[in-house]
Design a protein around this ligand. Sequence first.
Ligand SMILES: *[C@@H]1O[C@H](CO)[C@@H](O)[C@H](O)[C@H]1NC(C)=O
Ligand SMILES: *[C@@H]1O[C@H](CO)[C@@H](O)[C@H](O)[C@H]1NC(C)=O
Length: 503
Amino acid sequence: MVNTAALVAAAASVLLSVPGVDAAIYTKNSPVLQVDGKSYDRLIARSNHTSIVEFYAPWCGHCQNLKPAYEKAARNLAGLAKVAAINCDDEMNKPFCGRMGVQGFPTLKIVKPGKKPGSPFVDDYQGARTAKAIVEAVVDKIPNHVKRVQDKILDEWLSDNNGTAKAILFTDKSPVSALLRSLAIDYLGSITFGQVRKSEEKAVETFGITKYPTLVVLPGGDKDGLVYDGEMKKEGMNKFLSQIASPNPDPAPQQAKPKKDSKKDAKKDAKASSSFSKASASHEKAEGSSAAARGTAISLEDEPTASPDPNVVDEDTPTPIPIPKTPELPSLATADALKKECLHTKSQTCVLALLPPPPAEGQVDEAASTALKSLLEVKSKHAGRKLFPFYSVPASNDFASNLRTSLSLKGADALEIIVLNGKRGWYKHYTGTSFAQAPVEDWIDAVRMGEGKKASLPEGFLEELPAEEPRKEPFVFHVQDEQGNDVGGDDLKIEVEEVHDEL
Ligand SMILES: *[C@@H]1O[C@H](CO)[C@@H](O)[C@H](O)[C@H]1NC(C)=O
Ligand SMILES: *[C@@H]1O[C@H](CO)[C@@H](O)[C@H](O)[C@H]1NC(C)=O
């Protein structure tokens, strides 16, 4: 005789006792900073540093598969950018994950500080789920507050705010390294950073520089400059600079006095963020310790974690999770986002679906939903291959109507698909009558092949970007073959050393 009830009970208890089913994927000792819906704002959104945040669920297989690569990325980015994760399966975090538009696991978002603290730019990371690709994408978004100082502006730059400290890196390289950018962020507001190339003869002579790279600090006023002669590693450089000014505490200290019972939370936050602060601002062990010299905090150790097979990356689509929403094109909801992604003089090709105002409750806008579905289909067909980004632009975007007028499109209540390229100053307008997948796909293909008539974007329409330095080279990883597959296992180590040391 079988006692079904007992079996069921036994089975249930087995299920219940499976350890760690809803435990966080990342342990306390993980280099990945764990945040929650509450601490996100303080640790990530208000930071002056760039972060990448993984939204995950413990039960999601793809999330578990990502862990080794993600932790490796975290180790390699220590001191340069934050690598964080949030458990969206935790009841407490669910509303937050929903607000962040998370529709599948894992979702990775890169959070880059905006002009105002607390309103960062947040972009989905769609690249390969390898440490290398993640590191590259994040490094690319580390803000640059380092001025490239040429002979012709040297005097002006030096006398500008001459009471405040300035740090100057003399180097024979042209790009501004991630390391120097991260230091400039740590000392935002207290030390102004500049980079001078070896070829700037006047500057080199003025400072008597004979060796590259050399870091010089001018404390401000008429105090003598100091020359750093340690290793070009973050910890040593940080220690040197902190003689002049203190790095900004990150996370910023809380304004209100913590209440007794929130002490524990604060402690938790502090602990959670320790991997970053350790790397970016620790001077505790300063004196005589060889830790600085060894640069432990930004150690480049790279234990041989098996990197995920690049060939399966394409199939690594997020596991659907029970947030009741259909997939969507990334939306450019504000004029700033639109300009930043697609409407400046350097922007690459963007496909934009200009949406009509949302239909009334219970109604469906056939054209709009068909068009969005078609674009999503085309996009997913190209997943993993290089295809220009697709965005939707809601009617509520302040710049949407301006865009329609400037490009002589129809009125605000029509769905429009356009493709434009700011760098080359052209746009194309989808004029088909059907938004079904086949004609839309044909059109996109034609655009890709450079076919069809291009119209010129109106004069003065694009955001002028300040003439910037050429794209920094050291982070272009040349170790992918033409299919984008990783070539070789040890390459990351070399490249990441470049990330830290390219000065
Ligand atoms: C710094 O500025 C003050 C006035 O603001 C000026 O008198 C002084 O000469 C300046 N020093 C240098 C080195 O430019
Ligand atoms: C961010 O930078 C500003 C200076 O621009 C500084 O006052 C502030 O403390 C920094 N915030 C953090 C969290 O480091």
